[in-house]
Design a binder for this molecule. Sequence first.
Ligand code: GAR
Length: 213
Amino acid sequence: MPESSNRRVGVLISGRGTNLQALIDAIEARRLNATIAVVISNRADAAGLQRARAAGIEAITLPHRAYATRDDYDRALVKELQARDAGLVCLAGFMRLVGEPLIAAFPNRILNIHPSLLPAFPGLDAQKQAIEYGVKVSGVTVHLVTAELDGGPIIVQRSVPVMPGDTADTLAARILEQEHLAYPEAVQMILDGGWRVDGRRFVAAKSPTSAAT
Ligand code: GAR
């Protein structure tokens, strides 16, 4: 995929928005060369809306309950994103399934962050699932969004140990620290281009160092 001239990102949230904050901070620190075009929440009480506004970013609520079907809701999201010329969509704790209208409008241009090492523990309460299963290692996955829930090509993963005595909350906090590093890294990779999708594998661009060898 060639480098995209459009580095405008739409971020979809449902809650507290710490991953949104990590993207904002990475942009401000110039670790991420992007612009957040809009933040959209399906919930009016999402704390992430305030984080966006505090950073001078337009933040709107699009309540899913106002739409008869999921497709109608997805079409409304597409309209808002396209109206702001977003070229990439980041799901950052957006607790809604995304469907065909959104995926078709942004093919290989929607990213999701999930708090487990996929394909382990997709869906809700991934950290609780990991504790209950008894895995010794978990982590975070950033992946391209396809029609399959938490199933698209994996861009970045970071692992953390699961400690004896961990609860879902303590594990979630450890994973969250890695989420905040993984998401800006993945967004930068996608915006810089040079990558491709081969089957279900995401093949990263060669780094300048490895290209020279
Ligand atoms: C994060 O842990 C994210 O990985 C998870 O929701 C949390 C949102 O936190 N997402 C999912 O579980 C998606 N299946 P945040 O609002 O502070 O970024």
